[in-house]
Design a protein around this ligand. Structure first.
Ligand SMILES: Nc1ncnc2c1ncn2[C@@H]1O[C@H](COP(=O)(O)OP(=O)(O)OP(=O)(O)O)[C@@H](O)[C@H]1O
Ligand SMILES: [Mg+2]
Length: 404
């Protein structure tokens, strides 16, 4: 097994590049908001973060995100965060940097600054990445959330079939989104609260752009990371609470591209209980960390089979999820049983979460979704943040002499 990443100042700065100031739309590291980092040999981390304004819940958001990201690093024993308030001068400097960042950052994606991004990966094929992606997306939407699904498995796409989406994607029409691709939309009823808002899934897949798999194969020459970049920059994603990426098997460039394009991405690693499945999955988690992407958690799929008589059978072995969690230091956040409704639901475009909402697999998917929303990666709530800092800053900066 490869050794885990060293816990040092660079690792802390790297992972914190994934914390964005949702209003300024850039990472707190790029914005110069991360003032100081200290790491003790025992794994105690101290960081000092300077925040822009006082009167908005986003402050709490940034604080929570800083702690959550640092806790995702291997070897952290404790974390202490000191917050400083920016002076007016410092604030103007940050605004200027935000504008500079906006112009020179790696290709600007269409993914909103308030969208939580989760990449579902495994390293190994056939363990259930796509099933987990579509069912988690459906479970999140069934709680009234707006969820994007990007089928990043360019050549082995399966998301359209699994979500029951067909046809071709069209061009976006509004003045602001002209020239972009419009995702396919799936409305999802609110299972938690029938009177509550309905959820929605926005889907983009190579399967909705080409006529058949043979045509998709002609795209083989296309570099995977380039295709991902196009899906992130040329699709009009709109305001999403979550964006889920169904990752292709393997590791490599696509994760690197992700960390460059969407450093806020967190990885959900899927494994089976089988003895040998964890090695590859652990490598994915290790790669993610090397690219400074936090590992959100481990999901064990095909955990066991519950027979009609209620007896439990560990068909593919047992303990894989636990072992992977121990190997990676990320929490085991769910175990999905083997259930025919998962695979038939995938085959006919009716995710088990909706097709058989009372089945153990559906209940577990919904529990994981709730855990993500409530604890692991809560949606960014912009309510109450009426001060559009960047707009104000741009206006203010226009009246200020250039500081350089
Ligand atoms: N919990 C489950 N119970 C029963 N069948 C399942 C379960 N999870 C996945 N399957 C089935 O296993 C097969 C592989 O699942 P899936 O396509 O989701 O895996 P994948 O990791 O995305 O595969 P690939 O690497 O080919 O993209 C599918 O036929 C799917 O329906
Ligand atoms: Mg798949």
């Amino acid at each position: 097994m490869e050794s885990p990443q060293t816990l040092d100042e660079a690792a802390v700065r790297g992972i914190l590049a994934g914390v964005r100031d949702p209003e300024l739309g850039a990472s707190i590291v790029d914005l110069g908001m991360l003032r100081d980092v200290e790491v003790s040999p025992d794994g105690d981390v101290r960081v000092k973060v300077a925040l822009t304004t006082a009167g908005c819940p986003l402050r709490g958001q940034i604080k929570a995100d800083v702690i959550s990201k640092v806790n995702g690093l291997a070897g952290v024993r404790g974390i202490e965060v000191e917050y400083a308030e920016m002076t007016q001068t410092e604030r103007s400097a940050v605004m200027q940097r935000a504008r500079l960042e906006a112009t020179r950052r790696a290709p600007d994606t269409e993914v909103g600054a308030t969208t939580r991004v989760i990449a579902i990966a495994s390293g190994k094929g056939g363990v259930g990445k796509s099933s987990v992606t579509v069912n988690l997306a459906t479970a999140l939407a069934s709680q009234g959330r707006t969820v994007g699904v990007l089928d990043a498995d360019i050549w082995g796409f399966s998301v359209p079939r699994m979500l029951g989406v067909a046809g071709r994607l069209g061009a976006a029409k509004s003045a602001t989104t002209k020239g972009k691709i419009e995702p396919a939309q799936v409305a999802v009823a609110n299972l938690d609260d029938p009177a509550g808002p309905a959820g929605r899934i926005a889907v983009v897949s190579m399967g909705l752009l080409v006529d058949d798999e043979d045509t998709a194969l002609m795209w083989r020459g296309l570099i995977l990371s380039k295709a991902l970049e196009q899906f992130l920059t040329d699709v009009s994603w709109g305001d999403l609470d979550y964006l889920l990426l169904d990752m292709p098997p393997g590791t490599g460039d696509i994760q690197m591209a992700l960390s460059r394009l969407l450093p806020q991405t967190e990885m959900l690693v899927v494994t089976t209980p089988a003895r040998n499945a964890q090695k590859v999955a652990a490598r994915v988690a290790d790669m993610a960390r090397r690219s400074y992407l936090k590992v959100l958690g481990v999901v064990e799929n095909m955990s066991e089979f519950v027979a009609p008589d209620g007896s439990h059978h560990a068909i593919f072995g047992s303990g894989g999820g636990k072992r992977l969690a121990a190997l990676t230091g990320a929490p085991l956040i769910g175990r999905i049983p083997i259930e025919s409704a998962v695979s038939t639901g995938g085959d006919d475009g009716h995710p088990v979460v909706l097709a058989a909402p009372d089945s153990p697999a559906a209940i577990e998917f919904r529990r994981i979704a709730r855990l993500i929303v409530d604890e692991l990666l809560p949606p960014v709530e912009m309510a109450g943040c009426t001060a559009r800092i960047l707009e104000l800053a741009t206006r203010a900066a226009a009246q200020l002499p250039d500081a350089s």
